[in-house]
Design a protein around this ligand. Structure first.
Ligand SMILES: *Cc1c(COP(=O)(O)O)cnc(C)c1O
Length: 376
């Protein structure tokens, strides 16, 4: 059997190789490496796919969050609420801009920010909330938007893992992850659901003024060359990555379907097993399974990973350390036990391989390995 991987980017590339190779060669021949026509076409195609007025391509998902926060005019000391169970980038940019990250716990089954905890954490200094659509399922955006509106807060959706997920709003409208809040951000890191072959990211908004400002900030704060109205950054998506993304965007829904069939297979295999809990589904969101994550119940995770690795089955821990236990983010406000759900998840989650190229034989083999361990 071929080697199993958490994500199979080579297998995926092989299926679209002629299209991709031609697109890259075309960019090489045009030498329009920066801000070329491919970037503008990708931007327009992604706007259409997401049903959003403005897409601002940038260099990566972390920059996307940073540019969003810069554009909102947040001041040092302003409080920004986010989930304690997330990838570090979310909190990193808040801290980098000298804003104050305020952490709140997540919902046990879906791993997304708990709206009740969010509301409790609001103070007179709170200016924004960053819900993270973790593992490719939306946070409870209806509730989050209501609370944010009542308290006059900006909502920045970290949709780095959630591109393509749909959310049904209370009025019945189905909208794409990242287009609900004031601003949404995403990442095109190679292993993300829409990944390029290097770094890339984008910001989304329906607000014309914010879009204009974010475009300026991403481009050294200039709208006219050499006239700098804002302090900005240099954050660009290059044309080769845009050309690759244009092709992969056409496959994104098929990729999502492939990921969902893997998730259904795992669900069936592990549902109702006393030793594991399968990921819960949010009623108003589709799930596009950036990760398939089980919560273990009384299993030795280290031993399980060793057992699986010995059979050639990879696994990962997203994420092993809660933000408030990270050395760089230790804070006298927080101590062990403050975010019990996050702490429990960090100690007990395990993610299994999930990608667009998995075969029934791969799945059978992985499931039998996991069952062998948890049935011991
Ligand atoms: C990947 C990721 C980011 C950062 O994206 P980069 O492109 O790697 O900078 C931010 N937030 C979350 C939740 C992510 O998963």
């Amino acid at each position: 059997m071929r080697k199993l991987a958490m994500v199979d980017l080579i297998g995926q590339y092989e299926k679209i190789k002629p299209e991709i190779d031609k697109a890259i060669l075309d960019v090489l021949a045009s030498a329009a490496f920066i801000n070329g026509p491919e970037v503008k076409s990708f931007q327009a195609e992604l706007e259409k796919y997401l049903g959003v007025k403005h897409v601002i391509p940038c260099a990566n998902g972390t920059d996307a969050l940073q540019i969003a926060m810069m554009a909102l005019g947040l001041q040092p000391g302003d409080e920004v609420i986010t989930a304690s169970f997330t990838y570090v980038a979310t909190a990193e940019v808040i801290a980098l801009l000298k804003l104050k990250p305020v952490l709140v716990d997540v919902i046990p089954g879906t791993f997304t920010i708990d709206p009740v905890a969010f509301e409790k954490a609001i103070t007179s200094k709170t200016k924004a909330v960053v819900p993270v659509h973790l593992f490719c399922q939306c946070a409870q955006m209806d509730k989050i938007m209501d609370i944010a509106k009542q308290h006059n807060l900006f909502v920045i959706e970290d949709a780095a893992q959630a591109i393509g997920a749909d959310y049904v709003m209370p009025n019945g409208a189905s909208v794409k992850a990242g287009t609900i809040g004031t601003i949404g951000s995403t990442s095109f890191f190679p292993s993300k659901n829409l990944g390029c072959y290097g770094d890339g990211g984008a910001i989304f908004t329906n607000d014309d003024d914010l879009a204009k400002k974010m475009r300026m900030i991403a481009n050294h704060g200039q709208s006219v060359q050499y006239y700098h109205d804002e302090i900005g950054v240099n954050s660009r998506l290059d044309s080769i990555q845009a050309a690759i993304l244009r092709i992969k965007l056409r496959h994104l829904d098929a990729y999502a379907a492939a990921r969902n069939s893997v998730a259904s297979y795992y669900d069936k295999a592990f549902a109702n097993h006393p030793k594991v809990t399968i990921p819960a589904r949010e009623t108003n969101s589709t799930h596009v399974f950036h990760q398939y994550t089980l919560v273990l119940n009384g299993c030795d995770r280290v031993a399980m990973r060793e057992f699986l690795a010995a059979k050639g089955i990879p696994s990962m821990i997203y994420y092993p350390v809660p933000l408030h236990f990270q050395k760089a983010y230790t804070d006298p406000r927080y101590k062990a036990g403050d975010f019990p759900v996050t702490e429990h998840l960090c100690a007990n989650v395990i993610s299994l391989p999930i990608h667009t190229e998995m075969t029934p034989a791969d799945l059978e083999f992985i499931v039998s390995g996991v069952l062998e361990f948890i049935n011991k």
